[in-house]
Ligand binder design. Structure first.
Ligand code: NAD
Length: 708
C-alpha cells in the first residue's frame, strides 16, 4: 500500500496512518480508494490485530474528502465515482473496534470515513474542522454521511449540517455528538488507544437491537417537526433550483426509517441521481475545478508579485484595496487629496484589524505590523519606488487622465498603472499614458476584502507582460483573476447590467415590482433587479446611461425606463444609500416597496405573465450577454466567464454560470428559446452569430475543454 501504513503494538492495537505521498493533504483519490479493500481485509484477517486506530500522517489534518480532480473528471464524463459507501460499511462491521484520531480537517468523505469508525477523538484545536460540504458543490454525501450523521445526532441537528455544508469546530462537534471526546492537540492517538483498551466496543450503536433514533422517527411528533422546518427553510433559500439539498432531505427521511444497510442503499441511489444532474456537473466544474485552475494561474509566466503598491484614492474602494494588500504583506502607499483623507481610508484597515484582534483571530503584534505597512499620505513623491500603482479615484475620465500624468511624473513612464474603473474603457484611459502598454484595468468588487474576484482588463495596447503582472498581483492578494478584453462595462458589469435592465423593462410593461423582484430571487440570483438597482444606486445607473449616451452618440438607443430612473433621482430617491429608491428603508424595519412607484409606471396588464416566463427572461438575457462577450472576443475562456459570473455578480450558482447554463439547455434549444423571446420582446434577445453557428453544429461552450 502506498497511502496507508499499519503498525501493530504489543497490545494488538494496529495504528493505521493515512498519508498520501507527495501531497500536503490526504484526499480520497481513486488510488486511495483502490487500496481500501486490501487495508480492510488485512485488518480483519490479521489475528494479531485486536483493535484499530486510524490517524493521519499530515499536519493539515485527517482527510479533506473526495479528490475533486478525480471527481471532476468523473462529473465531466458522467461516470459515477467508485462506491465508497460499501467499503466504509465493511470497516464498520469489521468485528474489531475502530477508533479515529482527528487532528485537523475531516471534511466530506473524510468525515464520512470517521463516522464509520466506532469512536471519534478530536483535538481541541482551532485547526479542527469537521463537516460535510458536498452540498456546496451540488453533491450529496454518498459514503454514509446522510445516514450515520442523523443516527448519531438526531435528524433536527443533522439536517443543517447536511443542507448548508458549514463545518463544525471541535466544541460544537462534541456538543452535537459528532465526536465522542476532545483532548489536547497531539494526544488524540493516545486517547483513541485508551478507549480501545478500556471499552473497545466493535458494534456501531445503530447495529444494536436497542438503538433508537435520537429525537424520534419522521412519523413521531418531534421527528415530523424537523422535516417540516427543514423543508420550509430549504424552499425559502433555494426555490427548488438545487437538486442536492432536496435529495439529501429525501434521503434522510427515507433512510432513517429502515435499517442502516437499507439506508445506505437509498443514499447511493440518491447520490447517483444527484451526480447525474446538470447542476452537479456545472457546480463541481465552476465552483471547484475552474476556480482552482484560475487561482493557480499560468505558472509558466514566472512573474513575481509586486512588493510595494501605491493606491491612489482612499475612498471606499481604495481603502479596501489598501487593507487587502497589507493583509498579504504588500507595502502600501495610500494617497488621497489630503493627508486627512488618506488617513480616513486607512481607518478602514484600523477598524478591521481591531475587530480581528478583539476576536483573537490576529495577534496585536501582527495587527500593528499590518497597519505599519500602510503609509497614508497626500504626497505623490512617496510613490516613486512603487512596483505598481492602482488608481481608485472618482469615476471621471479627465481626473483619471490627470492621475496617470502625475504618477508618471514621479514614478517614471515605465510604471505599471492599473485602473479600478468599473465602466470606463481602458483604451481611452490609457491615452493619457506615455506607455499605454503599461496601462491595464484591475477591477475589484465591493467590498474588496470580501469579494474574491478581480477582473483584469486588457486595453487595445496593454502588453501581455502587464497583464501577467496584474494577474500576479491579484493572485498575491489571494483573489481569483479573470482576464478580459476591453469593452464598455468589460465583462462583469456589462452582463450584470442586463439583469437590472430586464427587470426595468418588466416594470415598463406594468408587471408589479414585487413580482419582478421575486422572480429574480427565484432564478437563484441573490436579489431582485429592482432592489439591486437601489443597492447599486439609482443615480449611478442614470450616470452610466448618460456616459454611454455621450460616448455612443446617435448609435445610443435609449430605453423608456431611463425616464423613470431620472424621475426617481429628481425625487431624491437615489437608492439605499439615501434611504429611498424603489424601496423605502424605514429605520429598524424591513425595507418595503415605495407606493409612489405606481404613479410613474404603466398599470398592470389584465393577465400577468407566468413567473416561469419572467425567470427565463432574467436568466436568458444575462446568459445571452455572456455569449455576446464570447462572440465579440471580450472573454475567451468559458471557465473564466462562468466563475467570473458567479463570483462577480452572483449569477445563479446552481447553473454553474451563464455558459454552463446555455450548454445544459443545449445551444440549439437555447437559441430557439431566445429567438422566441426576441419575437415577443425585441432584438435584445437575438442570439449573436457565433452562438447560432455553435447551435447549428450542435457544439457547446465546453466541447473543446471536455474533449481535452
Ligand atoms: P469614492 O468616492 O469612495 O473614493 C474616491 C476617492 O478618490 C476619494 O477619497 C477622493 O478623495 C479620492 N480622490 C479624488 N481625487 C483625487 C486625487 N486627485 N488624488 C488622490 N485621490 C483623489 O469612490 P469609490 O467607490 O471608492 O470608487 C473609486 C473607483 O473605483 C471608481 O473609478 C469606481 O468606478 C471604481 N469602482 C467602484 C466600485 C464600487 O462598488 N464602489 C466597484 C468597482 C470599482
Amino acid at each position: 500500500m502506498q497511502n496507508f501504513t499499519i503498525e501493530t503494538d504489543a497490545d494488538g492495537i494496529a495504528l493505521v496512518t493515512f498519508d498520501v505521498p507527495g501531497r500536503s493533504m490526504n484526499t480520497l483519490s481513486d488510488a486511495v480508494i483502490a487500496e481500501l479493500p486490501d487495508l480492510i481485509e488485512t485488518l480483519k484477517n490479521d489475528g494479531a490485530i485486536k483493535g484499530v486506530v486510524l490517524c493521519s500522517g499530515k499536519a493539515s489534518g485527517f482527510c479533506a474528502g473526495a479528490d475533486l480532480g478525480d471527481l471532476g473528471r468523473a462529473a465531466g464524463s458522467r461516470i459515477a465515482p467508485p462506491p465508497l459507501s460499501a467499503l466504509f460499511r465493511r470497516l464498520e462491521v469489521l468485528g474489531k473496534p475502530v477508533a479515529v484520531a482527528l487532528e485537523g480537517l475531516a471534511l466530506g468523505g473524510g468525515l464520512e470515513l470517521a463516522l464509520s469508525c466506532h469512536y471519534r477523538v478530536a483535538a481541541d484545536s482551532p485547526k479542527v474542522r469537521l463537516g460535510l460540504p458536498e452540498v456546496t458543490v451540488g453533491l450529496l454525501p454518498g459514503a454514509g454521511g446522510t445516514q450515520r450523521l442523523p443516527r448519531l445526532t438526531g435528524v433536527a441537528k443533522a439536517l443543517p449540517l447536511l443542507l448548508e455544508g458549514r463545518p463544525l469546530d471541535p466544541a460544537k462537534a462534541l456538543a452535537l455528538g459528532v465526536v465522542d471526546e476532545l483532548v489536547p492537540a497531539d494526544e488524540t492517538v493516545a486517547a483513541a488507544k485508551r478507549w480501545l483498551r478500556e471499552k473497545g466496543d466493535p458494534v456501531a450503536r445503530w447495529d444494536r437491537k436497542d438503538y433508537r433514533l435520537p429525537g424520534g422517527l419522521p412519523y413521531s411528533a418531534g421527528g415530523m417537526q424537523a422535516f417540516i422546518m427543514a423543508n420550509a427553510t430549504l424552499r425559502k433559500r433555494t426555490f427548488g433550483n438545487y437538486p442536492a439539498p432536496e435529495n439529501i432531505l429525501k434521503c434522510v427521511f427515507e433512510g432513517v426509517q429502515v435499517p442502516i444497510d437499507a439506508g445506505l442503499k437509498i443514499e447511493t441511489n440518491y447520490f447517483l441521481n444527484t451526480f447525474a444532474t446538470p447542476q452537479a456537473k456545472g457546480m463541481v466544474r465552476s465552483l471547484f475545478l475552474s476556480k482552482q485552475a484560475l487561482d493557480k494561474g499560468d505558472r509558466s509566466a514566472k512573474i513575481v508579485a509586486p512588493a510595494s503598491v501605491a493606491v491612489i484614492g482612499a475612498g471606499m474602494m481604495g481603502a479596501g484595496i489598501a487593507y487587502s494588500q497589507a493583509l498579504k504583506g504588500i507595502n502600501t502607499i495610500l494617497v488621497d487629496v489630503s493627508e486627512a483623507a488618506a488617513e480616513k481610508g486607512k481607518d478602514y484597515a484600523r477598524k478591521l484589524v481591531a475587530g480581528d484582534v478583539a476576536k483573537g483571530r490576529l495577534s496585536e503584534a501582527a495587527g500593528a505590523a499590518l497597519l505599519d505597512r500602510i503609509i497614508a499620505t497626500a504626497d505623490y513623491a512617496k510613490l516613486a519606488d512603487a512596483d505598481l500603482v492602482v488608481e481608485a479615484v472618482f469615476e471621471d475620465v479627465a481626473l483619471k487622465h490627470e492621475i496617470t500624468r502625475r504618477v508618471q511624473a514621479v514614478a517614471g513612464p515605465g510604471i505599471i498603472i492599473g485602473s479600478n474603473t468599473s465602466t470606463l474603457p481602458i483604451t481611452g484611459l490609457a491615452q493619457a499614458s506615455e506607455r499605454p502598454e503599461n496601462f491595464v484595468g484591475i477591477h475589484f468588487f465591493s467590498p474588496v476584502d470580501k469579494m474574491h474576484l478581480v477582473e483584469i482588463i486588457r486595453g487595445a495596447k496593454t502588453s501581455e507582460e502587464t497583464v501577467a503582472r496584474a494577474t500576479a498581483y491579484a493572485m498575491a492578494l489571494g483573489k481569483t483573476p479573470i482576464v478580459v478584453n476591453d469593452s464598455r462595462g468589460f465583462y462583469t458589469s456589462r452582463c450584470f447590467g442586463t439583469y437590472i435592465y430586464e427587470g426595468l423593462e418588466m416594470l415598463m410593461e406594468g408587471i408589479p415590482p414585487a413580482l419582478i423582484d421575486n422572480a429574480g430571487r427565484m432564478t437563484g440570483m441573490p436579489r431582485g433587479p429592482l432592489e439591486l438597482t437601489d443597492d447599486v444606486a439609482v443615480d449611478l445607473t442614470v450616470r452610466i446611461a448618460g456616459q454611454t449616451r455621450s460616448a455612443l452618440g446617435d448609435a445610443y438607443q435609449g430605453r423608456p425606463y431611463e425616464a423613470v430612473l431620472e424621475k426617481l433621482v429628481a425625487l431624491g430617491r437615489s437608492g439605499r444609500k439615501v434611504g429611498a429608491g424603489f424601496y423605502d428603508y424605514p429605520a429598524g424595519a424591513p425595507k418595503r416597496l415605495w407606493r409612489g412607484l405606481a404613479d410613474l409606471v404603466p398599470a398592470a396588464p389584465a393577465t400577468l405573465p407566468d413567473v416561469a416566463a419572467l425567470k427565463q427572461r432574467l436568466l436568458h438575457r444575462q446568459a445571452l450577454e455572456a455569449a455576446r462577450c464570447v462572440d465579440e472576443g471580450v472573454i475567451a475562456d468559458p471557465r473564466a466567464a462562468d466563475v467570473g459570473a458567479i463570483m462577480g455578480w452572483g449569477f445563479a450558482p446552481w447553473t454553474g454560470g451563464p455558459l454552463s447554463c446555455i450548454d445544459a439547455i443545449g445551444t440549439a434549444a437555447f437559441v430557439a428559446q431566445c429567438d422566441r423571446l426576441a419575437e415577443q420582446h425585441g432584438e435584445r434577445f437575438t442570439p449573436p452569430p457565433g452562438l447560432r453557428a455553435m447551435a447549428a453544429d450542435g457544439r457547446g461552450y465546453y466541447a473543446a475543454l471536455d474533449a481535452a
